[in-house]
Design a protein around this ligand. Structure first.
Ligand SMILES: [Fe+2]
Ligand SMILES: [Fe+2]
Length: 212
């Protein structure tokens, strides 16, 4: 039987997976190199090579936005009037992001045994982030512990985003395939708008979703 390979772009690196393996068997800098490597590696004449170029729909761009908001938040101090606004925006968008991952992407991935562990791990990382968000809400912005706690939130969140981008998203591309991911992406986009609209309708919220 001809072998099946998945060639996946993660950040700027092309990673090659064999269909029966869970770890990349080759990494390189270009799609063509990756495809050529598969052809050389395969024992059969016509290996099937599936190439996934795109990001996981809107999730990766939301990650970039969180990194920017976390940095902006870290640059504030207790006297800075923008601290409350940046935090409210980050919190609302983060909750919407977690919601669409937990309601749509994670359950779809949980159907596959190879993804069970990373999905369970990701739910727990969301839980830790939620606990930190709840504690930051209760604490006064003027409290000296606020900045330290926000820094721990930044560390935890950046770790989680990196893990999704390097492990969970590539698995999603391989296991779900481009067509299903595109469908899920539309579903997540709609649900994200709903959750953000509910959040901004609450009187205590100043969060507005960025356009584009
Ligand atoms: Fe997540
Ligand atoms: Fe995420």
């Amino acid at each position: 039987m001809d072998e099946i390979y998945s060639v996946i772009l993660v950040d700027a690196t092309w990673m090659v997976y064999r269909d029966d393996g869970d770890e990349p068997v080759h990494t390189c800098a270009s799609e063509q190199d990756a495809v050529d490597w598969c052809a050389t590696d395969a024992s059969g004449d016509e290996p099937r090579i599936r190439v996934y170029q795109g990001d996981v729909c809107l999730l990766t761009s939301q990650h970039a936005r969180f990194r920017a908001l976390l940095k902006a938040l870290a640059d504030t101090d207790a006297k800075d009037a923008t601290r409350a606004e940046i935090f409210a925006t980050l919190k609302a968008e983060l909750i919407a992001h977690e919601t669409i991952e937990e309601e749509i992407l994670y359950p779809a991935l949980q159907e596959f045994a190879q993804a069970e562990e990373i999905v369970a791990h990701s739910y727990e990382e969301h839980h830790v982030v939620d606990l930190l968000l709840d504690e930051l809400v209760i604490l006064s912005f003027a409290d000296p512990a606020w900045g330290a706690k926000a820094h721990v939130l930044q560390e935890n969140l950046e770790h989680h985003l990196g893990e999704e981008e390097s492990d969970l998203f590539p698995k999603a591309k391989r296991l779900l395939g481009a067509e299903t991911l595109a469908d899920l992406g539309e579903e997540m986009d709609e649900r994200c708008d709903e959750v953000l609209a509910e959040a901004s309708a609450r009187p205590d919220s100043k969060a507005v979703r960025p356009k584009g």
